[in-house]
Design a protein around this ligand. Structure first.
Ligand code: TRP
Length: 442
């Protein structure tokens, strides 16, 4: 994602930005959030927010990036002439920094699971993968710190070598393969005895399960999966060529994110009821349930290993862009400083990620506001910094940018979508974001 790298085609752009946007949010966070917040009710709210709030905001971020064509702690000044508005870019920078801190915890878990499954295979105990003990593995402070250290190191090396392009090329077949695997798991899950009540739990929106907290978290989830307010998508669009089509790209990314979220839900919830787990398991949900599903398959351990590698790949294509965002803002796209900034940034991320990881072991009894340290970092990013960033950008776009210029970038279409989109950004969404923001503190 270096400055000079422009994607020649719209497909190249979509692949790269989808690689960044689709990651742990859809596959790991969605099922666990839905499990804690009422299943089908959460899914419904998530869909409504993603389509009515997320999609227009994503189109907005793409438009800003395409108009501004520079890094995000400069772009607001470039577009409006007001230097202080760059603070919106710095807010996004802070958000991705903290986000990487707790993202790497889950990345570390994937690495620990990969090593454990390999160990099971080489010691000919592959029939035992269903007995992987999440609590024992993740409750081990040193193991998790090493795991997340490896995850951060992998990310740093990729960013330092500037080989993201290679990774993006690989995502052309890794992502479809991941889809196929998800479908495979869904089919297996649905075939289990007792699958139906879990399926009903995730698909049936029960009104009595809707809570104010659930509504807020569903909105936070839409922001998280679409990377909104972190300026990640603005950065991608700023690298894109003129040919990139804003609406089609945004729609594709929203559709893929929804699809992966639903597939993850369909893979996990039927298995939860079949194996007698609770949907409210929390962040470990995916790691607790999936080994059981794979255990039921022939060559299950082998398939689980491939799945985990694909999952790691999806997490890495997101984490490299998390780090890259900080690197491009601090180097101002000066490539000579790239390696040093990447290393310093990673060391700082590693430092803040340690308390996040220990939230699942030695620091688990530290609870305040949204829960553990990990929960609070997530809440700060998804429910505070991301909405603030998105709000700031809606105000800039709706109040300060020239409407006709926006129309040009938005492009014409037979449904005349520009006006409804523009009024949504100018009047409605800022109010919606402020209202939701205020409600959570009452
Ligand atoms: N959308 C990513 C996911 O679902 C997380 C994310 C948020 C992100 N903001 C970002 C990734 C900025 C890269 C850059 O996993």
């Amino acid at each position: 994602m270096a400055k000079q790298s422009q994607w020649k085609t719209s497909t190249g752009f979509i692949l790269a930005s989808a690689g960044s946007a689709i990651g742990l949010g859809a596959m790991w966070k969605f099922p666990y959030m839905a499990g804690v917040n009422g299943g089908g009710a959460f899914l419904l709210m998530f869909l409504i927010f993603t389509l009515l709030v997320g999609l227009p905001l994503l189109i907005m971020e793409f438009t800003v990036g395409k108009m501004g064509q520079t890094y995000t702690t400069k772009i607001y000044e470039k577009l409006t002439g007001k230097k202080w508005l760059n603070i919106i870019g710095w807010n996004g920078n802070l958000a991705v920094f903290i986000l990487f801190g707790f993202y790497s915890v889950i990345g570390g878990w994937i690495i620990i699971y990969i090593c454990t499954v390999i160990y099971h295979i080489v010691t000919l105990q592959s029939n035992q993968i269903g007995n992987l003990q999440f609590e024992a593995l993740i409750g081990n402070p040193w193991l998790t710190i090493v795991g997340q250290g490896i995850f951060i190191l992998l990310t740093t090396v990729i960013v330092m070598l500037g080989v993201e392009k290679g990774l993006e090329k690989a995502s052309k077949f890794m992502m479809p393969l991941l889809f196929i695997f998800l479908i495979l798991i869904v089919l297996k899950s649905l075939s289990l005895d007792g699958a139906m009540s879990g399926l009903r739990y995730i698909l049936e929106p029960r009104v009595q399960d809707i809570t104010v907290e659930g509504i807020l978290l569903a909105l936070g989830q839409s922001f998280f999966t679409l990377s909104l307010g972190t300026t990640g998508m603005i950065t991608y669009a700023s690298y894109a060529s003129k040919e990139m089509t804003i609406k089609t790209s945004a729609l594709s990314i929203v559709a893929m994110n929804i699809l992966v979220s639903i597939l993850a839900g369909l893979a996990i919830f039927p298995a939860i009821s079949a194996f007698g787990y609770q949907p409210t398991e929390g962040p470990g949900l995916l790691f607790i349930v999936l080994p059981k599903v794979f255990e039921q398959m022939t060559f299950g351990a082998g398939f689980y290993l491939i799945f985990l590698i694909l999952f790691l790949f999806a997490a890495l294509t997101s984490s490299i862009s998390l780090l890259e965002l900080n690197v491009s803002n601090f180097t101002k796209n000066d490539n000579t400083k790239r390696k040093r900034v990447a290393v310093i940034g990673s060391i700082l991320v590693f430092a803040i990620s340690i308390p996040a990881t220990l939230s699942f072991s030695s620091l688990s009894n530290i609870q305040f506001a949204a829960g553990t340290i990990f929960d609070n970092m997530d809440f700060l990013v998804s429910n505070i910094l991301m909405p603030i960033g998105a709000l700031g950008t809606t105000l800039v776009v709706g109040q300060l940018l020239d409407k006709e210029a926006l129309r040009d970038y938005f492009g014409r279409d037979k449904f005349k979508l520009f006006s409804p989109w523009y009024y949504l950004i100018k009047f409605i969404l800022p109010i919606v974001i402020v209202l939701i923001f205020v409600v959570q503190f009452i």
